[in-house]
Design a protein around this ligand. Structure first.
Ligand code: HEC
Length: 150
């Protein structure tokens, strides 16, 4: 009996840790990825929202601290507005304002997704397509100049 309980507790701990590592990305896939692709696709004509790689790049430039970046994402996903949007002009003109995700995702799930996104899109992940593209085109993507992410 004692053995059984230990096994159950052990299994539970295992599933919880598996959930913690994959759950956040799965959440993004099911709640955000229908609009935001995770990487820069080759064919940008079918995009209906900015790829999240670009979104995170801008968020990190504006909010380098995880706490601030997560707070911004959590708030924006619930209450998007032109005034809050980083790089609003090009993105909103192209895709329209993001619809509020209130009711589609809980606050806790949003925090999980935002925290995952901050860790997932690290400097190493930005290297490659996006940064290369900016460099080769001689573009400097600063706040208010977001041509590189579109
Ligand atoms: C129905 C499509 C759709 C879904 C679903 C969606 N988004 Fe968006 N999102 C957009 C569009 C369009 C934009 C660009 C316009 C804007 O910034 O409002 C955007 C922009 C953003 C931005 C950038 C705001 C800025 O301009 O600085 C963040 C952050 C964001 N989304 C987070 C999320 C998260 C997190 C989820 C999942 C919980 C999500 N979005 C789900 C359409 C969507």
């Amino acid at each position: 009996m004692k053995y059984k309980i230990t096994t159950v507790v052990g299994l539970l701990a295992l599933t919880t840790s598996l959930f913690a590592s994959n759950g956040a990305e799965n959440l993004f896939d099911s709640k955000c990825a229908m609009c935001h692709s995770k990487t820069m696709p080759q064919d940008k004509s079918k995009l209906i929202a900015p790829p999240f790689m670009g979104v995170m790049r801008h968020i990190k430039m504006q909010y380098p601290k995880k706490k601030d970046a997560v707070a911004f994402i959590v708030d924006y996903a619930q209450n998007p507005s032109r005034a809050k949007a980083l790089c609003k002009e090009q993105k909103i003109a192209k895709f329209g304002l993001m619809p509020s995700q209130k009711g589609n995702i809980t606050l806790q799930e949003l925090q999980t997704v935002a925290s995952w996104a901050f860790d997932h899109y690290s400097a190493a992940n930005f290297r490659g397509h996006n940064t290369m593209m900016l460099k080769t085109k001689g573009m400097n993507c600063k706040h208010g100049n977001c041509k590189g992410m579109q």
